[in-house]
Write a new protein. Structure first.
Length: 276
């Protein structure tokens, strides 16, 4: 993938709404096949930037290239065929009566239900994706009976059946318990081990511990601006993160995973913080 164009290349990107810049002057590049992350607290601009990269929101300023294609020169509808966005808080809900296997099959059609006949090749691919995310044993269970973590992994498998070049995971472990969170991250790790054909994976989150060790690019946002960018070691530092998140923290690293810890001694000061 060294010769491939960057999966994401942003230059001076900004978005204005109601005469206010909610995203401004974002420069960032993500190589093809990398695992990258957009990190920041609530309201930092993560969702807005995610929508821009996914081709769902046109920027007010700047240049955007995704999968080597320049916005303004490419059919965004065609470009989005190579991009999949999986959201933990998606406003649409899959049919709970379908099996996990059927949910994955809907990824071939982009529908919420399974209305079209499927081919043996489609079913084989769906089985492979279920295996990849560790859901083979529950493939024929109804989606409505699955745990939240199992549903998220089903949706990731659904997104992967068409082998997208860019997979975007928006808050993929939101609301999950420890085991379910680690299972989702294990599924991401399995995709990253896929060799040359692996997708570029972009994780959007406000939690350090959700970033796999393979994460090579991090963009830290605060109030719509890029505060830091680089490797995890460059960005996930106490002196960088504490002012962005508004509280003193200690950052630790173990086996390539980063964790933020706030001492209880700081709690009383946090309660006295002025509202934003």
């Amino acid at each position: 993938m060294i010769d491939d164009p960057p999966a994401i290349a942003l230059a001076g990107v900004g978005v204005m709404r109601d005469e206010r810049w909610i995203l401004r002057n974002i420069d960032w590049t993500v190589p093809a096949g990398a695992c990258a992350a957009i990190l920041g607290p609530n309201g930092s601009g993560k969702t807005t930037l995610t929508r821009v990269i996914a081709g769902h929101l046109w920027p007010t300023a700047g240049d955007v290239r995704v999968l080597g294609e320049q916005f303004g020169e490419v059919d965004l509808h065609a470009l989005r065929r190579g991009i999949r966005l999986v959201q933990s808080n998606s406003p649409v809900e899959m049919d709970g009566e379908l099996t996990a296997f059927d949910i994955v099959l809907t990824g071939f059609f982009g529908t919420l239900g399974l209305y079209d006949p499927t081919t043996p090749a489609m079913r084989d691919e769906a089985e492979q994706m279920l295996d990849l995310v560790g859901l083979h044993a529950v493939g024929h269970h109804r989606y409505g009976t699955l745990s939240t973590g199992e549903r998220m992994r089903s949706l990731i498998a659904r997104a992967m059946v068409l082998r997208p070049r860019l997979l975007m995971l928006d808050e993929p472990t939101n609301g999950l318990d420890l085991l379910a969170r680690e299972q989702v991250l294990a599924a991401v790790g399995a995709m990253l081990a896929g060799g040359r054909d692996r997708p570029t994976i972009l994780i959007i989150t406000h939690h350090l511990e959700e970033l796999p060790p393979a994460t090579s690019r991090v963009l830290l946002l605060s109030e719509g601006a890029a505060v830091a960018k680089g490797s995890m070691a460059d960005v996930l530092r106490e002196d960088v993160l504490s002012p962005v998140y508004g509280c003193p923290m200690t950052v630790t690293c173990s086996d390539g995973r980063y964790y933020a810890i706030v001492s209880p001694e700081a709690w009383s000061g946090l309660l006295r913080k002025a509202p934003l």
